[in-house]
Design a protein around this ligand. Structure first.
Ligand SMILES: NC(=O)c1ccc[n+]([C@@H]2O[C@H](COP(=O)([O-])OP(=O)(O)OC[C@H]3O[C@@H](n4cnc5c(N)ncnc54)[C@H](OP(=O)(O)O)[C@@H]3O)[C@@H](O)[C@H]2O)c1
Length: 280
């Protein structure tokens, strides 16, 4: 099992390190978005997950600047959208300008968009971006194993991260194992299950009761014990703190397995199967 002491970090296959928990910023826009991200930094988050498609890179950059934290203390992650697969390097340069920084910590190909058929160009572009020092690390998002193998074979570089949908209704045991087999860290998007959480299911509610923690904390701890890096989003300072307070308790192996078993074949939140769903 990974080291789950509060100061532990994941070490990616390229040597880059990341905190065990990140902060999701989707839907955090405008002045309220800056405030929410600033609160998250004050609460102790040191990994911010944004994307070109979220249209909030400027807000994320402003929050980091306003926090007074050293740039090196915060890991910044962004994603290249489908419409930029053939211009990924330029896309990263534009993200840097919006974020107000000279480097990213991690850039991901947001979706493979298979019908467009250009994700290998995007991956090759990210390899170039890393070689030029625009980002420390590079990875992908929403890739099935066959998408991974295709970019590994054609470009010759293995993604350091695969950020995918993982929550109790869609626990992705198979994909976690496939990522691990290739030395790829799994990050979980919608780690709480967004608007369809499983907080009242016994598998979640019973350990919460036993441990005196919230169901959301149980779900996030489940991710940590599976070696997954969760990216919970909250606009609420109290919940932001709650979602980082995961290191004073632990789940038994049986409790972890019971939450994993909540998975359903149709458990995706919006049917976003990367073989079919595309975002441009
Ligand atoms: N790579 C991709 O394709 C992709 C796709 C989707 C998302 N993402 C990333 O993943 C991040 C997280 O996903 P998400 O925002 O979809 O879903 P999520 O983090 O699973 O859930 C967020 C929802 O849960 C609520 N919440 C947060 N903490 C809570 C707590 N302790 N107790 C009860 N409710 C709580 C939030 O409400 P309040 O805000 O009101 O507190 C919000 O409505 C995104 O922000 C984004 O960075 C990536």
């Amino acid at each position: 099992m990974v080291d789950l002491s509060p100061t532990a970090r994941h070490t990616l296959h390229d040597g880059t390190t990341l905190p065990l928990v990140g902060f999701g910023t989707y839907e955090l826009t405008g002045a309220e978005g800056v405030t929410a991200v600033r609160h998250a930094l004050d609460a102790g988050y040191r990994l911010l997950d944004t994307a070109v498609s979220y249209r909030n890179e400027t807000e994320v950059g402003r929050a980091v600047a306003a926090s007074g934290l050293d740039r090196e203390e915060v890991a910044l992650v962004t994603k290249v959208p489908g419409r930029r697969h053939r211009s990924a390097v330029e896309c990263v340069e534009e993200s840097l300008r919006r974020l107000g920084t000279d480097h990213l910590d991690l850039v991901l190909v947001h979706w493979p968009n298979p019908s467009q058929g250009e994700y290998e160009y995007a991956w090759d572009g990210l390899v170039q971006a890393r070689e030029r020092g625009l980002t420390r690390s590079i990875g992908v998002s929403n890739f099935h194993p066959h998408h991974l193998d295709r970019v590994i074979r054609s470009v010759g570089v293995t993604p350091a991260v695969n950020q995918v949908e993982v929550h109790p209704s869609f626990s992705q045991a198979g994909l976690l194992a496939e990522n691990a087999r290739r030395g790829i860290l799994t990050q979980a998007w919608s780690p709480l299950g967004k608007r369809q959480p499983r907080y009242t299911d016994t598998a979640v509610a019973a350990p919460a009761e036993r441990l005196g923690v919230t169901p959301a904390q149980v779900v996030l701890r489940w991710h940590l014990q599976r070696g997954v890096l969760p990216l919970p989003k909250s606009a609420t300072p109290e919940r932001q703190r709650e979602n980082l307070d995961l290191f004073g308790f632990s789940l038994s192996d049986d409790e972890v397995a019971a939450i994993t078993d909540l998975t359903r074949p149709d458990g995706r939140l919006f049917g976003g199967d990367p073989d079919h769903h595309e975002e441009h």
